[in-house]
Design a protein around this ligand. Structure first.
Ligand code: 13P
Ligand code: SF4
Length: 310
C-alpha cells in the first residue's frame, strides 16, 4: 500500500462505490471502530447482518462472527480483513468432539454460545450470545435438560442466574481468564468509589466481585446510565474506546492481568488493521465461504435465538 494513501478516505470511497457496509465489534482497534457503519456486541452485529441491504458485508471482527453474518445473509459477499482472526473459545470446541459429547446426552437440548464455528452451530438447537443467554435458557420449560457450550464461565454464570442445572462443555476465552483477583482488590482499595464491571466470559471468582456483569453493549450502556466516575473494566480493552467517547469526563481502568506480560487485548481481534480492511474492500478478498448444507443447518438455531431476542 502506498504510504501516502489516506486510508480512511479510500475506505469511505470504496464503501460507496461497492455498496459495502462495515460492521465492527467493540474489540477492534479504535481507528477501525471509528470508520465502521455499525459497532456492536455479537447480538447487535448479527441482527445488523441479517437486515442490511448492502451488497458486501465487511466484518471487522473474528471468523465466527463473519460466518454468522454469512449464514444470515448467504447471498451477500462477506469479507473478513484477516482470515486468521480466529477465537480461542471457538477453538476450544472442535465439532467432531462436541458431536461425541452430545451423544452422551441424547435427551438434552443443545445451546451454543455464538463464539463457535458454523459446524458447531449446525449441531445445536439454539444459539445464544452473552446478552441473551439467560433469557434463552429461561424461555425453555423448567424440566428441559440442556447442554451448554463452549464457554464454561458463561455457562456457570447462566446456571447461577437461572438456577438450572446445565451440562457444560469445558471451554474458555484466553482474554477473559487472565484477570488477577488480587490486583483488582488492590485497585479497588486505591479507588474505593470505582465500580467493577465484568464480561460473563470471566471466571466465577472474578464475576463474584462485580457490580455489573454484561455483554460489551451491556457494559457500555451501564457506564452511560450509572453515576460513578471511575470504572475497572474486566473485558477486552477495545470497549474502553466507546466508553471513553460516551463518557469523556469518566475514568476507565482496564482490569489488571495476573501475568505482567499479559494484556487485555484479544490477539485474534487485533489481527485486523486499517490496511487489511482497505485491501479486503479493494480486492473483495478474503471472502467467507461455507457449504450450503452447513449454512442451512446453522441458520435455524441462530434464527431461533433472534426470534427469542426480538
Ligand atoms: P459480546 O460483544 O457479545 O459481549 O462478546 C464478547 C466477545 O468475546 C466476542 O468475542
Ligand atoms: Fe474469542 Fe476471547 Fe477473542 Fe472474543 S475475546 S474473539 S471470545 S478469544
Amino acid at each position: 500500500i502506498d504510504p501516502r494513501l489516506d486510508l480512511v478516505q479510500e475506505i469511505n470511497r470504496l464503501k460507496k462505490e461497492k455498496n459495502a457496509v462495515i460492521l465492527a465489534h467493540y474489540y477492534q482497534d479504535a481507528e477501525i471502530q471509528d470508520i465502521a457503519d455499525y459497532i456492536g456486541d455479537s447480538l447487535g452485529l448479527s441482527q445488523e447482518a441479517a437486515k442490511t441491504d448492502a451488497a458486501i458485508i465487511v466484518f471487522a471482527g473474528v471468523h465466527f462472527m463473519a460466518e454468522t453474518a454469512k449464514i444470515l445473509s448467504p447471498t451477500k459477499k462477506v469479507l473478513l480483513p484477516d482470515l486468521k482472526a480466529g477465537c480461542s473459545l471457538s477453538d476450544s470446541c472442535p465439532p467432531h468432539l462436541f458431536a461425541k459429547f452430545k451423544e452422551q446426552y441424547p435427551d438434552h437440548l443443545v445451546i451454543t454460545y455464538v463464539n463457535c464455528t458454523a459446524e458447531l452451530k449446525a449441531l445445536s438447537d439454539i444459539v445464544c450470545t452473552s446478552s441473551n443467554a439467560v433469557q434463552i435458557v429461561e424461555s425453555l420449560p423448567k424440566d428441559q435438560k440442556i447442554i451448554f457450550g463452549p464457554d464454561k464461565n458463561l455457562g456457570d454464570y447462566v446456571k447461577k442466574k437461572t438456577g438450572r442445572d446445565l451440562v457444560l462443555w469445558n471451554g474458555a476465552c484466553m482474554v477473559h481468564e487472565i484477570f488477577s483477583q488480587e490486583k483488582i482488590d488492590r485497585l479497588r482499595l486505591q479507588f474505593p468509589d470505582a465500580k467493577f464491571i465484568a464480561h460473563p466470559e470471566c471466571e466465577e471468582h472474578i464475576l463474584r466481585q462485580a457490580d455489573y456483569i454484561g455483554s460489551t453493549t451491556g457494559l457500555l450502556n451501564y457506564t452511560i446510565k450509572d453515576p460513578a466516575s471511575t470504572y475497572i473494566v474486566a473485558t477486552e480493552s477495545g470497549i474502553i474506546h466507546q466508553m471513553q467517547k460516551a463518557n469523556p469526563q469518566k475514568t476507565f481502568i482496564p482490569a489488571p492481568p495476573n501475568n505482567a506480560c499479559a494484556c487485555n487485548d484479544c490477539p485474534h481481534m487485533k489481527l485486523n488493521t486499517l490496511e487489511k480492511l482497505y485491501n479486503a474492500m479493494r480486492f473483495e478478498l478474503p471472502e467467507i465461504d461455507l457449504p450450503l448444507d452447513v449454512i442451512n443447518r446453522a441458520r435455524k438455531p441462530i434464527e431461533r435465538m433472534l426470534d427469542i431476542s426480538a
